[in-house]
Each structure stands twice: as structure tokens, then as C-alpha cells.
Write a protein that binds this ligand. Sequence first.
Ligand code: HPA
Length: 275
Amino acid sequence: MHDTLVKPVDSIVEFLSKAGPKPDFAVVLGSGVQVLDQLHNSRSYMYKEVFGIGPSVEGHTGSLTIGQLSAEPSPVVAIFRGRFHLYEGHDWSVVTLPTQVVTTWGIPKLLLTNAAGGLNKSFSVGDLMVVTHYRDHLNPKLKAERGLLDQLRMQPESCENGFSKQIQQVGKRLESEGLRPLQAGTYAALLGPSYETLAEIEMLRRMKADAVGMSTVPELLTARGTGTEAAAISVITNVWNDQPMGGHEEVLEASREASQRLNTLLKHLVNETSS
Ligand code: HPA
């Protein structure tokens, strides 16, 4: 909350653009996802300094780093570590703030990452899933923000674009070099913060959702129709089966392990999409 302290998007972009060149690529990192730890010629800010407020969820650092991928001339990347959630009581405008900064600044590519529960029984813990479709109208808050028309959408909505296809192509190539195959599928966004009941899991499966989480859809929708091409990758931190569920610690541990593979994928993507 404290949403009244949030700075206007234009002034945030002005502040950031005065300090250095516009990034070629932006990444939003979800719970426990750790990538691109060593950017070069970088500058870092705490969210509070940039946005006026910071996140309140464990595992979400709440910092922005902008820097080059390597010491040689290379693409400039902006890494937003942590996000604001609807379940924290934030408005849609705050939840989408990092994305609005990215689109307003005119950064061409935005990769959204999140921790998600696997619904698809062929998934394993630690899988990375490119989000090709989403379901949002199970979430009353998302529905309220987007209007009644959403109720008419009975099928998963596509969010495929050139960027999400490119991620899948790079994934295929890395697979031939030995990396675990990328999954692709439908992400269902629920409000949270508690995990799903078994009845909800069953319902989501019947609705053909492959993964479930509490974020990302507002950000994908915000980027749609702007000059920024956005795509999302879910880190599958747990798979819903007959085993008892672990807690937030288990989610963080699985995210850390999968982060290494995501890091490899990201470096390839940044280099290829920015050249
Ligand atoms: N459900 C919702 N959000 C999540 C999950 C889950 O099972 N795992 C990680 N984030």
C-alpha cells in the first residue's frame, strides 16, 4: 500500500534517463529468481528511491540495476528485482509501474519472470515455461480492472509475439547443446496470496492452465500495443500432484536452482535480440 507515495511515471523515466543511456532490454524478476548478477558499468537503485515505495514480500529485493552485459561494448540491460502485487493491496497502476517505466522509456524488449506452480503433470520442479497464453478472469481484481467483457472470454488468451517465439527458438538451440527443454503453456493468474486449494487446482487443470501464479498478466497487458515487446517465463517451483506442498522456502530454493538455466537463456536472448 502507501500507493499515494508513488512517483509519476514520467518523472521516474526522466530521473533514470538523465543518469545514462536507454537500455536495450529489461527484465522483471519474480520471487527468488536470480540472474545477471554481474552487469558492467552498472548503476543500482532501491525501488523506494526510484518509485517512492518498496516491495514487502520476502524474496523480492526491490532494486533496479542498469548496466552492460559484459565489459566490452554490449547491450544495456535493466533488471527490476522484485515486483508489486495486487494481493499486497496495491492498485493496478502500482503493480504495472515497472512495466510502465519500460514502455514509457521506450525499451524495446521486456522479459517478465515469475515463480509459478506447475499444473501440467508432465512438468518437473525447476522447469522454465514460456507463457504463450494466459487466463486472468478467475481473478476478481483483474476482472474489476478490465471490465465485464472479460467474462466472455472462455478460452485461454494468446500472448504470443515475435519475442516469445524467439525465446522458444533460442530454447530449442540450447536444448540441442544439452540444456533442459523449455516448456510452453498457459499461465493462470490468481489473486493470492495463499496457494490454491486442491479443488481450485482441479478446476484450473480443466481450464487447460499449465501453471498458476499471482502476477505477470497485468504487466503483459500493459505492454500490449506499446513499442515494447513483452514476453514471460515462469519458473516452475512446485508441481501440484499427490505430494504435500512445500512452503515459501521451497519455492525460493527451486527458483535459485532454475535461475542458472534462466541466466544462460537470458544472456543468449539479450545478445541476439539487441544486435
Ligand atoms: N501457486 C501460486 N503461486 C505460486 C505457486 C503456486 O503453486 N508456486 C509459486 N508461486
